[in-house]
Design a protein around this ligand. Structure first.
Ligand code: NAP
Ligand code: F7E
Length: 324
């Protein structure tokens, strides 16, 4: 029997790399949208040892014609739209780019699917940032949205476009409302990786302090390796739907720092310096997801605790910094 074929936008990002590995392990042919950059963006695929197994197609979420060609070349039966300008902090500096890539990019990808193969199944990488100024203490699929950043607003547009294409054209389009998920492949600008990298540098004598913004913010953090399985499970359902994917536990940035520093025998209070430069114009103070629907309908549950996750990340950064 011919392998199933999948197309992933954002294949060079954290989730794209883990998802590509997950699908390759299941026997899929994996195609990835590769937006041209002058820097090396293939390090994550290399880290997972799959650089040569993913077929990279030159394209960009802002270029509909190139996305149509990706659909034609890959003959994908499953499309995972993970590409985005995903850093919340930058979305105030580049609101229009964020809207074009993270928002309009979704409808470009949906259109490419509709034009080439309307029966292909579609996954949209939605986010807990859409809840922003939370309207319920624990956020589920029925919690009203209130985004707090240009990134959150762009993602909300993409989410509703996904719902609309499902309802208008009968497309199998699902939206995964994923809460924060991290790993050793996390970009260095996100707070968990910024902390674990700094812990390694401080421990190995290469850095003296760590400057952070609002360490009282609370997040529901899980492991990216667990979360890509939920994406795949959504596309295996008979009926497309929306799902919250989270751990159901929330922790402050402060406590996450405590865990990371204490793993190498240090006290975070001796090194963390609060720098207002890292405050955001509008903050999301707390996020806490209710993954009950995913557990019931997909049989999915987070299997990595925050402690396990942070120790995994600190260990990976200790090895990485020691090699430098
Ligand atoms: P990431 O590491 O920042 O990866 C983003 C990916 O998007 C990269 O491959 C990037 O390519 C690509 N990209 C950027 N601009 C593009 C463009 N114009 N055209 C095509 N591709 C473009 O993000 P992630 O953490 O893996 O997250 C994956 C998706 O889930 C994103 O949509 C994110 O917004 C969403 N999400 C993430 C989380 C989380 O906690 N990680 C939670 C909820 C939702 P380059 O490598 O070339 O820059
Ligand atoms: O910030 C606070 C910051 O940048 C987490 C993206 O994947 O998850 C991610 O967005 C919290 C915020 O992630 C620093 O103010 C304090 O309250 O790691 P982050 P995020 O903004 O939650 C969601 C679900 C996504 O969809 C996004 O794509 O940590 N914080 N000090 C800091 N954050 C950063 N980055 N740097 C600091 O120095």
């Amino acid at each position: 029997m011919k392998n199933k074929s999948a197309l992933i936008t954002g294949v060079t990002g954290q989730d794209g790399a883990y998802l590509a590995k997950h699908l390759l392990d299941k026997g899929y042919s994996v195609f990835g949208v590769h937006a041209r950059r002058s820097t090396d963006t293939l390090w994550r695929l290399r880290y997972l040892g799959i650089e040569d197994q993913v077929t990279l197609l030159s394209s960009d979420l802002t270029d509909l014609s190139s996305l149509v060609r990706c659909m034609e070349t890959s003959q994908a039966q499953e499309v995972y739209n993970l590409g985005a300008q995903s850093f919340v902090g930058s979305s105030w500096d580049q609101p229009i780019l964020t809207s074009n890539v993270t928002g309009t990019g979704v409808v470009n990808m949906l259109e490419a699917v509709r034009m080439v193969n309307k029966d292909a199944r579609f996954y949209q990488a939605s986010t807990s940032e859409m809840f922003g100024l939370i309207q319920e203490p624990m956020q589920s699929e029925s919690t009203p949205f209130y985004p707090r950043s240009p990134y959150g607003v762009a993602k909300l547009f993409g989410h509703w476009m996904t719902v609309n294409y499902r309802e208008s054209f009968g497309m199998h389009a699902s939206s995964g409302i994923l809460f924060n998920h991290e790993s050793p492949l996390r970009g260095i600008e996100f707070v968990t990786r910024k902390v674990t990298d700094a812990v390694a540098r401080i421990k190995l004598g290469k850095q003296k302090e760590l400057r952070l913004g609002n360490i009282d913010a609370k997040r529901d953090w899980g492991f990216a390796g667990d979360y890509v399985d939920a994406m795949w499970l959504m596309l295996q359902q008979d009926v497309a739907d929306d799902y919250v994917i989270a751990t159901g536990v929330t922790t402050t940035v402060r406590d996450m720092c405590r865990i990371a520093f204490s793993h190498v025998g240090l006290n975070y209070e001796d090194y963390v310096v609060i720098d207002p430069k890292f405050y955001r114009p509008a903050e999301v103070d707390v996020l806490l997801g209710n993954p009950a629907k995913a557990q019931k309908q997909l049989g999915w549950k987070a299997s990595t605790s925050l402690e396990q996750l942070i120790l995994m990340m600190v260990d990976a950064d200790m090895a990485r910094v020691a090699r430098e």
